[in-house]
Design a protein. Structure first.
Length: 264
């Protein structure tokens, strides 16, 4: 039986809930025994790490604000120290504060870009520096968004930050290939997570049935589920993806660039 992640030592940002947590569970199911979860959620973080630390797995929590580069560097260094090396990085942490081209404030722009693009950039940098120094390769997956193709009006800064991260994905993949470090990205569509539930209620006044209503409109009758994306992340980080690097996948049910058939 294949155990694709038996040698994986993973750092997952935004790892204490939603997609990040689903990725951690997927890696553990595939044999990973060393994971560091990083997020701002100090209250829940330690409890989640403890819950996942079973069957020989060692899961630790490190608090971090991805908008603070010093904390980002310290996070990667701590993961490296705790696990005796780190060879997998998942940039999952993000903020999605709303704003359009007409009303986004400079403060909102800076915060979204700092967390979603700048923080991820410097996490990749430190990860790569440590891997190269240790003389081993690695895998990186950046969680992007389908909005890199344009996005909704109220997601202007978020879309811009994810588009920046897409470029970072390809640029760093090219640079790091010589060091056997692969970098790939996933353009995730509208996803059913606790964070999305909170966002819908905070920004859009959604009621308790918003998910049911939204899913009824989807081609497959559901939003994207975290466990589905987690499987793609595990594939990209594992040996079965071979030499693939600099790749991005549109992980959604609505195909970009197509239009409804007008021939009745």
């Amino acid at each position: 039986m294949q155990v694709p992640h038996a040698a994986t030592k993973a750092l997952i940002t935004g790892g204490t809930q939603g997609l990040g947590l689903a990725i951690a569970k997927q890696l553990l199911a595939d044999g990973c025994r060393a994971i560091v979860l990083a997020s701002r959620d100090e209250t829940n973080g330690a409890a989640v790490a403890k819950e996942l630390s079973k069957d020989g797995a060692h899961v630790k929590f490190v608090p971090v604000d991805m908008g603070d580069v010093d904390q980002v560097f310290a996070m990667v260094d701590a993961a490296n120290d705790v696990m005796g090396g780190v060879n997998a990085l998942v940039n999952c942490a993000a903020t999605c504060d709303r704003g359009s081209i007409l009303d986004t404030t400079p403060e909102t722009w800076d915060r979204v870009m700092d967390v979603n693009a700048r923080g991820a950039f410097f996490a990749i940098q430190r990860f790569a520096q440590l891997a190269i120094k240790a003389g081993h390769g690695g895998g990186i997956v950046n969680i992007l968004s389908i909005v890199v193709h344009g996005g909704l009006p109220f997601l202007a800064p978020y879309a811009a930050s994810k588009a920046a991260l897409l470029n970072i994905t390809k640029n760093s993949a090219n640079t790091l290939a010589a060091h056997k470090i692969r970098v790939n990205g996933i353009n995730v569509g509208w996803m059913d997570t606790p964070g999305e539930d909170a966002t819908q209620r905070k920004w859009h006044g959604a009621g308790g049935d918003w998910l049911k209503v939204a899913e009824a409109r989807m081609p497959f009758g559901q939003l994207v589920k975290p466990e589905h994306v987690a499987g793609q992340v595990g594939f990209f980080l594992g040996p079965l993806s071979g030499v693939v690097t600099g790749s991005t996948v549109d992980f959604d049910q609505q195909v970009v660039g197509v239009y409804p058939d007008t021939h009745d």
